[in-house]
Design a protein around this ligand. Structure first.
Ligand code: UDP
Ligand code: MG
Length: 332
């Protein structure tokens, strides 16, 4: 029996009501794995909580859990941000910490990313580990098969987003995939080494490759509190994700311009011939104005589209860090 270490990475933003319950549930799963004797390896769980600039008592709760961990000989590490940088930044911080190792010496063999609100059932960790042992894959990811309890409009937009993503981006994103996944150290390291500052993890997981197995689960309601997503936030997330992984809108704009130019050339030749053969026609004022306005609009829209990409390049070239750490109990 080999002894393997797992880091449980938990991004937390205003989750004071959930931290303790979360720790307890995951701890129960870890003891159950140890006691059932059905696993090839033994697994030693440790935790990396990322307090993403919470304004409630999240950090205090994490510290309480860390004290409890110390009594139970469980490593409970945390990183606290100077402000709210978003879940992507929090996941990245956790993965970086795991890739480097939080306990001195060798880094952990595996990492699991999961939400703090218990919407990602901890019991699934046991299934993920079993699948990892049986299939010898690099990653086991969870996929939500129902969107029960979620507003209908959000589900509809999510579906549309996955359709567009898979059609126009080179990576494939599985519909219903959530940020709940078990990864081996090689994959964690690959992701932690991706330097981009504007991160879209669902795309990054697919982009880095590695053999991934899927586990399905039913949607679960939040343990306590409310979702952090607003309609605007979710829309922006979708657009960012799309632009991060697709350059097809730019190609489309180029192709569109080409078609218009070719059409205009044909039209010009027809007009010249018509003028030579039939003499000059009275020009149409309204149609000229309409065409000018239409193409003016198209050009501005395409410039705006190019601006979206340039804006992202601008931010990326600044090389700002993805997050700023204020406090942590991980020693360098
Ligand atoms: N989260 C975070 N930073 C944020 C927003 C969310 O770390 O700015 C965390 C949050 O605490 C939770 C996870 O990301 O652990 C998922 O957030 P939420 O439950 O609001 O999203 P949903 O489940 O509705 O997709
Ligand atoms: Mg949630």
């Amino acid at each position: 029996m080999k002894s393997k270490r797992i880091d449980i990475i938990v991004p937390c933003y205003n989750e004071e009501q959930n931290i303790e319950a979360f720790y307890e549930k995951v701890r129960a799963v870890s003891s159950q794995i140890r006691e059932c004797g059905e696993y090839e390896n033994s697994y030693d769980f440790s935790y990396i909580f990322i307090d993403d600039g919470s304004t409630d008592g999240t950090l205090e709760q994490i510290k309480r859990v860390a004290d409890r961990g110390a009594e139970e000989l469980t490593a409970v590490k945390y990183i606290s941000f100077s402000r709210n940088f978003g879940k992507e930044a929090a996941m990245y911080a956790g993965l970086r910490a795991s890739a480097k190792g939080t306990r001195g010496g060798k880094p952990s063999d595996y990492a699991v990313i999961m939400d703090a609100d218990l919407q990602h059932p901890p019991a699934l960790i046991a299934d993920m580990l079993k699948k990892m042992e049986q299939t010898d894959c690099d990653s086991v990811a969870a996929r939500r098969v129902s969107r029960k309890g979620e507003p209908k409009i959000r589900s509809a937009f999510a579906r549309l987003f996955y359709k567009l993503m898979n059609r126009y981006c080179e990576i494939e994103i599985v519909d219903g995939a959530v940020d709940f996944r078990l990864m081996n150290h090689a994959m964690v390291k690959a992701i932690a080494e991706m330097p981009e500052t504007q991160r879209f993890s669902k795309g990054i997981f697919a982009w880095v490759g590695f053999d991934t197995e899927w586990i399905e689960f039913e949607n679960v309601k939040r343990f306590s509190g409310e979702t952090k997503w607003t309609v605007w936030g979710l829309t922006k997330y979708a657009i960012d994700g799309f632009i991060d992984f697709a350059d097809s809108p730019l190609k489309f704009a180029g192709a569109f311009g080409g078609i218009i130019a070719a059409g205009s050339a044909v039209y010009l030749i027809v007009e010249i011939i018509k003028t030579i053969v039939m003499g000059k026609d009275t020009p149409g004022y309204a149609s000229t104005i309409c065409l000018i306005l239409f193409f003016g609009g198209v050009i501005i829209a395409i410039l705006g589209l190019i601006g979206e990409y340039i804006g992202r390049m601008y931010l990326e070239t600044k090389g700002r860090p993805v997050y700023v750490e204020k406090e942590s109990n991980i020693e360098d």
